[in-house]
Design a protein. Sequence first.
Length: 152
Amino acid sequence: MKHTLIFETQLSCDVKTLFDFHADTTNLPLITPPDTTVKIVKLEEELKEGNIAILKIKKGILPFVWELVFEKVDAPNLIVDVATRSPFKTFRHEHHFIEVNGKNSILRDKVTFSLPLEPLSAMAVWFVKRDLQKMFTYRHNKTKEAIASLEF
């Protein structure tokens, strides 16, 4: 069964600044929660459709490898990455960058996932959703802080 979560934050910047922040692969560590370590194994600096990323992630004591492909890059409005290897059966992450006006924009993350071993894993869905909520709250807060520190 697929589950979808949406996380949304309004930021005081234009949509291009927000897109550029997320397209800059060096910003990934800035928005990663402190209980998670991310080692970038492969990630091209120019973000474009078809690029592949490989990340070694350790959350608590659990290490795993994420491989993902950037399925769609539509600057400055959308980045879609899909996991081809992860702890999930399926994982799709849409980063929407929505212009409100020239000085404000909305960051909307839409995550659609399913867990392996369903229906046995159904009991874990609540915990996964709670963990994703915490992670994206952190990511959005850190993005807001980083954007606020930029000079326009």
